[in-house]
Design a protein. Structure first.
Length: 203
């Protein structure tokens, strides 16, 4: 009857290192077989079989070395991530290469999906064209500034919009606040720039 050696492991996202304590093992007698979801170790009447492995391994990159106290087996994972155990019946995780693209392409694809939301937002804001000076006599000044405030207003929540409207109107255009809690307490005072004097034009 074969003897099962004591063994332990530690891992990173890319690799799992298995230590098989088989003191004085003869490298010429040690046989390690790598399969995608299994590993077998034999040395005379000492044997260890791990099947199925918790995840799939790259059999072409996995290797081992025989020392005086232990045999160190290095398993290179096909899909990055922690196993937490040597064996497990869970199905293989779909790797980027199996999905048809490399890891870098997978990251790029994910980023593109996130950017699509920015594109949708930009498209919506672009469709909200501001009124011309003929349509609204209050429109004027630097178009870039107008666009900035239009975007700020579009992205704001209801309280922020109320605060912006109330502060701008009550202050005669000298104050623009986004703090509704503060603005709602009372009338917003006119605050002309330093060195300037506020005058209300009569019709």
């Amino acid at each position: 009857m074969s003897k099962v050696p004591r063994h332990e492991f530690y891992e990173t996202d890319e690799k799992l290192t298995l230590s098989i304590f088989d003191k004085g093992a003869d490298p010429a007698q040690v046989v390690v077989k790598f399969e995608p979801r299994s590993l077998s170790y034999t040395n005379g009447d000492t044997a260890l079989t791990l099947q199925p492995l918790k995840g799939q391994i790259d059999t072409t990159k996995s290797d081992y070395s025989v020392g005086k106290v232990k045999v160190e087996v290095r398993l290179v994972k096909v899909a990055q991530g922690r196993w937490g155990a040597l064996e497990g019946d869970q199905p293989d995780l779909l790797t980027p290469s199996q999905a048809g693209y490399t890891t870098s392409e997978a990251v790029t694809s994910q980023r593109k999906k996130q950017k699509n939301w920015d594109g949708i937002t930009t498209k919506i804001l672009g469709s909200e064209k501001g009124k011309t000076s003929e349509e609204d006599p209050n429109v004027g000044g630097d178009s870039t500034v107008n666009e900035f405030f239009q975007k700020l207003f579009s992205d704001a929540d209801d309280d922020t919009r109320r605060a912006m409207m109330k502060s701008y109107q009550e202050s005669g255009g000298t104050t623009l606040s986004t703090n509704w809690e503060e603005v709602s307490k009372g009338r917003v005072e006119v605050k002309p720039p330093e060195g300037s004097e506020w005058k209300k034009w009569s019709a």
